[in-house]
Write a protein that binds this ligand. Structure first.
Ligand SMILES: C[S@@+](CC[C@H](N)C(=O)[O-])C[C@H]1O[C@@H](n2cnc3c(N)ncnc32)[C@H](O)[C@@H]1O
Length: 554
C-alpha cells in the first residue's frame, strides 16, 4: 500500500503542477488546491519570486498545511463560500481523493459520526479552495451513494472515460481531481440514471470552480459524449472473448474488480458463481445493528427507536439481538443510538462467529486479535457479568477504542485489554477456557461494505497473510487450557485463509480436533468439514468463516 501511495503522490504532484500553472493563468490562484500548491512548490521551487509578485502567497499553517491566499482573500474567509456547486458533489469528490490517497474509508459508519458533512467541510476547503453550505440528510445519503458506487465501479468507469478520450495520453496525464469529477459524472449517468443534462451542468460547475475553465470544458465534452453513446446504446463495452486471461480482464472491467481476484474466483468457484459474487459486491450493502443487551437495551427497545425514527428494518432470522436495515443508517447515527452505546453496527456474519464461540457466564476467554472490539463486546454481553475476557491486540489505537467502547457499553467489568504482539505474549501465565483468533485477513468476504478494499489488496498479500495466520494460530493454541476450545475466524471467503489454514494447523497440532459447528449455528451455514461459513451469494450476508477446535485434556 505504501508503494501504491507514493507512486500516486508522485503522479499527483506532476499533474497538479501542470494544472496549477494553467489555473493560475486562467482564473487566478483562489481556486488552487492546497495539495496542488504543495506539489507546485516542490516542482517549481525556482519560480517562487514570480508567484510572489502575482499577489499570491503560500504560507504554512501551524499544522504544516500549505495555504494559499491572494491579497484580501484567505482560506477560511467567508468569501470562500461557494453556493453554486452542489455540496454533496464537492464532499464526494474530496472524499474520493482521500480514499484514493489512502486517507479514508468509503463507509460512513463510525460511532463518533465522523464523515458527517460538518467534519468534512474543512477537507473540502483545503482541497478545493472553497466551502459549500453544510450538508443536509439528503446530501449525506447522496455522498454515501456516490462515494461507495464510484469507488466500486472505478475500473469500469475508467475504461469508459479512457475510451471516450481523444487519446490514451489525455487519460493517463489527467490530474486526479479532474478524473474523480469525471468518474462521479459517469457514475451518476450510467448507474444512478440521473437526468443527464443536470449531471453535466453540475459537474462542469464543480470542475470550473475547483480547477479551471478548461477542466470544465473537458468534463462537458466527455459527459456529453457519454450521454450520446448511452442514448444510442453504443457504449464501448469490453468483449468477453479470447483466452482465459483475456476473458478475466474483460470481466474484471465489466464488473469492476482487480483481474487477479476475478481469475482466482473463476478457478475456485466457476464462472457463474464468480459473476454472482462480483454482482453482490457491487450492490448497495444492507447493515445489521446489534442491540446491546449488556447495557439492558433489548432488541424490542431498538425496534421501538427505529420505528420512532421511521427507519425500516427486518428482524434477523439468525440472531436474537440483531436487526437489519437497508437505508437510514445516517438517521440511526444522528439519533445518537451508537454514541450512547445502546447498539453497535455489526454484520450478522460476525455475530454468528460469536455464536460459534458460544460464550457462557463464568468462562475465561482470550480474544487474540480483538480490536476494535466488535466480537469482544458481543461475547462480553453474553457473560452476564460473570467471567472474563482478555482482549489482546497489537494496535494500541484500536485497542483504546475497544476500551472506551467497553466502558460506554457498560461491559468493562469483564474486559481487560492487553497491548501486545500475540506472537510474543508469554503464554505461561495466561490460559483460558476459550480462545478466539479473529485473524487479520484479506477481507474478501466484506467487499460490498468496504468499497475501497478490492483496490487495496494485491495477490502477494494472500501469501503474506497465510504466513501470519499460521504464526498467530500457533501462538493462540498455546493459550488454550487442556480441554479448552480454540476458535479461528476470518471475514474472508478464500479457502487459502480458511480451510487450508486449519488443515495445516491440525497437521502441526494433533492435540486439537474439529468440533463441528452444527451444534452452534443453523446447518445451512456449516460446511462438510464442520466449519461455519457464510457466503454472500448463498446467505445474503458478508462472507465469514470459523472453525471450532477442541484441545485434548492432556
Ligand atoms: C480482523 S481484525 C479484528 C477484528 C475484531 N476481532 C473485531 O471483531 O472487531 C484483526 C486484528 O488483528 C490485529 N493484529 C494483527 N497482527 C497482530 C499480532 N501479531 N498480534 C496481535 N494482534 C494483531 C490487528 O491490529 C487487528 O485489530
Amino acid at each position: 500500500m505504501e508503494a501504491v501511495g507514493s507512486r500516486f503522490s508522485l503522479f499527483r504532484e506532476i499533474n497538479c503542477a501542470v494544472s496549477v500553472s494553467a489555473s493560475a493563468r486562467m482564473v487566478g490562484p483562489a481556486v488552487i488546491s492546497s495539495a496542488c500548491v504543495a506539489a507546485v512548490v516542490k516542482h517549481d521551487r525556482g519560480r517562487t519570486s514570480r508567484n510572489d509578485s502575482a499577489k499570491t502567497s503560500t504560507t504554512r499553517t501551524k499544522t504544516g498545511r500549505l495555504q494559499t491566499s491572494t491579497a484580501g482573500r484567505r482560506v477560511g474567509d467567508s468569501q470562500k463560500l461557494n453556493l453554486e456547486v452542489s455540496p454533496h458533489r464537492a464532499v464526494s469528490v474530496v472524499r474520493l481523493m482521500r480514499i484514493e490517497l489512502g486517507g479514508a474509508f468509503a463507509d460512513l459508519l463510525n460511532e463518533q459520526g465522523k464523515g458527517s458533512g460538518y467534519n468534512e467541510m474543512g477537507y473540502v476547503e483545503r482541497t478545493l479552495g472553497f466551502r459549500t453550505r453544510n450538508l443536509d440528510d439528503r446530501d449525506l445519503r447522496l455522498v454515501t451513494e456516490i462515494v461507495g458506487g464510484t469507488t466500486r465501479w472505478k475500473r469500469y468507469l475508467d475504461h469508459l472515460i479512457l475510451s471516450l478520450c481523444h487519446d490514451e495520453n489525455t487519460f493517463r496525464s489527467m490530474e486526479p481531481l479532474l478524473l474523480q469529477i469525471l468518474r462521479i459524472g459517469f457514475y451518476e449517468i450510467l448507474k444512478l440514471e440521473m437526468p443527464p443534462y443536470a449531471v453535466v451542468d453540475e459537474n462542469v460547475k464543480l470542475a470550473k470552480a475547483a480547477l479551471r475553465v478548461g477542466a470544465g470544458n473537458m468534463v462537458n465534452a466527455l459527459l456529453r459524449k457519454l450521454v450520446l453513446h448511452k442514448e444510442r446504446s453504443s457504449l464501448p463495452e469490453p468483449k468477453v472473448d479470447g483466452d482465459g486471461r483475456q476473458q478475466a480482464r474483460s470481466l474484471a472491467t465489466i464488473h469492476s474488480h482487480p483481474v487477479w481476484m476475478v481469475r482466482r474466483w473463476i478457478n475456485q468457484l466457476g464462472l457463474d458463481e464468480a459473476i454472482k459474487l462480483m454482482t453482490w459486491n457491487n450492490t448497495d450493502p444492507c447493515f445489521s445493528i446489534r442491540a446491546n443487551t449488556g447495557k439492558g437495551f433489548t432488541r424490542a427497545d431498538l425496534v421501538e427507536e427505529l420505528e420512532k425514527c421511521k427507519v425500516p428494518y427486518d428482524l434477523s432470522q439468525h440472531l436474537d439481538d440483531f436487526v437489519r436495515i437497508r437505508t437510514g443508517m445516517q438517521v440511526v447515527i444522528q439519533a445518537g443510538l451508537l454514541k450512547k452505546g445502546f447498539c453497535s453496527v455489526q454484520d450478522e456474519s460476525a455475530g454468528l462467529v460469536v455464536t460459534v464461540v458460544d460464550p457462557k457466564p463464568g468462562e475465561s476467554i482470550i480474544d487474540c486479535c480483538a480490536a476494535p472490539g466488535g466480537k469482544t463486546l458481543f461475547m462480553a454481553s453474553r457473560l452476564n457479568g460473570e467471567g472474563s475476557i482478555s482482549a489482546v491486540d497489537i494496535n494500541e489505537g484500536r485497542l483504546r477504542i475497544l476500551k472506551e467502547t467497553a466502558k460506554l457499553h457498560e461491559l468493562n467489568q469483564v474486559i481487560t485489554t492487553i497491548h501486545a504482539d500475540l506472537r510474543a505474549l508469554d503464554s505461561n501465565n495466561l490460559k483460558a477456557d476459550k480462545v478466539l483468533l479473529d485473524a487479520p485477513c484479506s477481507g474478501l468476504g466484506v467487499l460490498s461494505k468496504r468499497a475501497d478494499l478490492r483496490w487495496n489488496r494485491r495477490l502477494e498479500d494472500m501469501e503474506e497473510l497465510k504466513i501470519l495466520q499460521d504464526e498467530l494460530l500457533d501462538s493462540a493454541s498455546k493459550l488454550v487450557k487442556p480441554g479448552g476450545v480454540l476458535i479461528y475466524s476470518t471475514c474472508s471467503i478464500d479457502p487459502g485463509e480458511n480451510e487450508e489454514r486449519i488443515a495445516a494447523f491440525l497437521r502441526r497440532h494433533p492435540e486439537f480436533c474439529v468440533d463441528p459447528a452444527d451444534k452452534y449455528v443453523p446447518s445451512h451455514f456449516v460446511t462438510e468439514d464442520g466449519f461455519y461459513s457464510s457466503n454472500p451469494v448463498k446467505h445474503s450476508l458478508d462472507g465469514a468463516f470459523a472453525a471450532r477446535l477442541l484441545r485434548s485434556t492432556r
